[in-house]
Design a protein around this ligand. Sequence first.
Ligand code: 3PG
Length: 311
Amino acid sequence: ADSSKPVEPVAPEAVNKVKIGLYFATWWALNVVFNIYNKKVLNAYPYPWLTSTLSLACGSLMMLISWATRIAEAPKTDLEFWKTLFPVAVAHTIGHVAATVSMSKVAVSFTHIIKSGEPAFSVLVSRFLLGESFPVPVYLSLIPIIGGCALAAVTELNFNMIGFMGAMISNLAFVFRNIFSKRGMKGKSVSGMNYYACLSMLSLLILTPFAIAVEGPQMWAAGWQTAMSQIGPQFVWWLAAQSVFYHLYNQVSYMSLDEISPLTFSIGNTMKRISVIVSSIIIFHTPVQPVNALGAAIAVLGTFLYSQAKQ
Ligand code: 3PG
C-alpha cells in the first residue's frame, strides 16, 4: 500500500451507519438462534408459558449478575421510572407469551409471516387510537402487507387458530410496547441495555403467577420426564440456549432502539423475519406451497413499500 497517501477522515455519519449495521446483523443472528432452539424446546416440551417465563428469568439473572460484578453499571431508578415502565412491561409480557404460544402451535415460519404484518398494526393503532394521520401512500402500502399475510394464512398447510391469533395478539402488544418504550427511554439516563434489563425483571414478575395458573408445576414436571427421556440431557442445553439467546437478541435490539427511530426499528425487525423464516424452513423441513411463499413475499414487499412511503 502507498503509505504516503493521506488517510481520509471517516465521516461520523458513515461510522454511525456501520455501527447500526453491526447492531442489526448481531440482532438478526441472535434471533435466528433463539428461534431454532425455542422451537426445538417447544416440540419436545410444549409448555410455552413456562419457557417464556424462563427466558425472562434467565435474562434477569444475567443482568443482576452483570450489575453485581460491575460488568455493567446498574441504573439509578426511582419509583417514577418503574411506574412508567409498567405498561411497557405488560405489553412486553403479552407480546412475548402470545408469540411463544403461537410458535408452540404452528411452524416458526408461519408465526413470523404473520408477525411481518406488525407495521400495519402500528399504522392502525397510531391512526385510530392516537389520532395520527399518514400520507395516502402509507395506507396503500398496508394493502400488500395485510393481503400478503392473509394469503399466507389461508394457504398455510398446518393452520391453527391459536397459532394465528397468538401472532396477531403479539403484533398488537408489541406496537404498544414500542410506542411506550421509546417514550419511556426519551430523556432518561437509563441506557437501552439497562432499560431492557429492568423490563425483563418487571415482566418476569407479571408473567410468573399467570404461568403457574395456566400451566403449573404438575404439568411441567410430567412433561419434563417425557422430554428428558426422549431427548436426553442435551434438552437442558436447548432450554438454556433459548433463554440466553432470547435475552441477548432483545438486549441488542434495545441497544439499537437507543440510536434509531421506531420506524427504522420496525423495518429492521421485519427484515429480521426474512432470515428467521428462511432458516427455520430449511432447518425444520417445513413444507411450503408456492402460493404460501408468494403471500409471505408480498407481505415483506409491502413492508418495504411502507418504509419508502413513510420516509
Ligand atoms: C417472543 O418470544 O417474544 C417472540 O419470539 C418475539 O418475537 P419478536 O421479538 O421477533 O417480535
